[in-house]
Design a binder for this molecule. Structure first.
Ligand code: GRF
Length: 199
């Protein structure tokens, strides 16, 4: 079984992207809506194929995601990984990559889904255990089937940064596991049913 070609989407610092790259995953494309972010800088530095999809370049989120999915299909990615992408993906993406798109979220879903402040919210609620989750992306935000999930205890004196740091250490462990699991489930099949037009 060959390795999957990954399309990684990120708007942030890109620690999950770096982790996948350093573990030898084949990152065929990095998509971002924030050309100035750490993930984009890393992609440029490593000579990875980088696609910039800033919302202001498109009349709607639908148009943006049509462009994004056409690009990813053209590159020929097998699995799309949302690793800190801060836009909700619309139908052109969820349809083109149904069953082949993962998201990593820094909480024990279904708790604290739907937003980029899951760690702050968990602390505010005073939960004693939180964690991170990798799930398949569907149209329902942060609610697709869970592939891998791990608990992280909240320790006395934790602030957002300290807790996030421990959660991210787990993210860097479970995201590769989830990719391997999904790829095995797909039978290592590169076949993508292309329902969108490739331009
Ligand atoms: C991660 O904590 C992930 O769970 C969330 O966004 C963050 C991305 O971190 N969706 P990084 O940019 O990969 O460091």
């Amino acid at each position: 079984m060959r390795e999957p070609r990954l399309g990684v989407l990120s708007s942030g610092k890109g620690s999950n992207l770096r982790n996948l790259f350093s573990r030898g995953y084949r990152v065929s494309a990095v998509g971002t809506n924030r050309p100035g972010c750490g993930a984009a800088a890393f992609a440029r530095q490593q000579g990875l194929r980088l696609g910039e999809f800033s919302q202001r370049r498109y009349p709607s989120s639908l148009a943006r995601d049509e462009a994004l999915s056409s690009w990813l299909l053209q590159v020929g990615v097998d699995i799309v990984v949302n690793a800190g992408y801060d836009r909700i993906l619309s139908e052109p993406m969820t349809r083109a990559f149904a069953g082949r798109m993962l998201n990593i979220h820094p909480s024990l879903l279904p708790s604290f889904g739907g937003g980029m402040d899951a760690v702050e919210r968990a602390l505010q609620h005073g939960v004693k255990i939180t964690g991170c989750t990798v799930h398949l992306v569907t149209e329902a935000v942060d609610a697709g089937p869970i592939l891998v999930q791990v608990a992280v205890p909240v320790l006395p004196g934790d602030d957002t940064q300290r807790l996030l740091q421990r959660i991210q250490a787990e993210e860097h462990r479970i995201l590769p596991q989830a990719i391997d699991l999904l790829w095995a489930r797909l039978g290592g099949s590169p076949q993508i049913v292309q329902e969108t037009t490739v331009v």
